[in-house]
Design a protein around this ligand. Sequence first.
Ligand SMILES: *Cc1c(COP(=O)(O)O)cnc(C)c1O
Length: 411
Amino acid sequence: MKPPFHALGMAQEQIAELETQLLKRKLRMTESPCDTEAIVENRKLHAFCSNDYLGLANHPELIAALAEGANQYGVGSGASHLISGHHITHDLLEKKLASFQSEHIPNARALFFSTGYLANLAAITGLVKLAKPEEASIYSAELNHASIIDGVRLASTQSKASVILFDHQQLDTLQKALKHDKRPLKLIVTDGVFSMDGDITPVKALVAIAEQYDALLLVDDAHGFGVLGEQGHGILEQFNIVSERIIYIGTLGKAAGVSGAFVCAQAPFIDWLIQKGRPYIYSTATPPAIAHALLKSLSIIESNEGKSRRRQLNQLITYWQNEMHFSDWKKMSSCTPIQPVILGSNANALAAAKLLDEMGYWIPAIRPPTVPAGSARLRITFSANHSLEDLQKLIWVLQKIEQQVQVGQLS
Ligand SMILES: *Cc1c(COP(=O)(O)O)cnc(C)c1O
């Protein structure tokens, strides 16, 4: 007789449990490039779900740049950066990324990562290692992205850093805790734009607090880079921030349309992450062709074309904020391309997403643990490739569907 296989039974039971709680996540497969129309399981859908805010993911010049990069440099980097994978295009990209923040962070240097998830893990665990064990505190905004949460957890295990959560809309608790904090290294961590609510962190106030209490301020601008600021340089440009205490993280798979991420900070911090950032050290370098394509993306972001794409995005945002009226569902006052609609229960959010799908719209239902329990929502995102007419049709469809899914009726 075969011995029992407990793990498999556990997996089946756990999945069934998620299914009954309406929390099982399912993959959907798309066969088309990322754009405002998507082919999903042989059906054409209007997509309002990607983070490709500037509409660059399928841009002909970027496609050409990636192909050119592959022709010139091949497809793989072959090794991690510290072994032999660090290519001249990585270096050019890092210099360009640093130049985007150089008016905001003195002596800025940038370090390129394959993903934002890894950049957050490396930056948070690495910076905390500047202090001896038990000598660092991390102050993390409650609604921060999962990759920050995981970075903080890892840092608290590895370095016995203390962890204090704070409400980014109410900074008193943060200030009070910092006032009594005797640990030599203090790191405040926040999303720049909160990824599920679309609101912007009070970066000016946080910089002032960081200066007052001798803390570092890590801002994860995954949804602001390319979108915020006259030149698309991100949240620091938008709010005219200048501070030597900022650790800026941007990601390159969202508005920049390709993939990857970077940390930008004063040179000694970057040098330190190269020494001690394990997720940087022990991961194969991104293919140089990707860095080559990203250089093209950065030049579009800064150009007049980038500006007109941001203008289009802002027109869509303003139109939505002025014209979208719900009776029961709740829209949020977001001035970014992330425009959530709160429905509350998982059942309602799923029902709405399903009705949207039937009407030809791809908008996902976001449920816990990605968002707090009881705040399941539709996460609507705009791209500069959406026209005003696309948005007007969406508003019409949402109003129809709201009548069919009344809040509370299904939960
Ligand atoms: C998407 C996202 C990340 C992760 O970036 P990837 O490059 O997709 O790994 C990190 N932080 C925030 C706030 C994000 O929204």
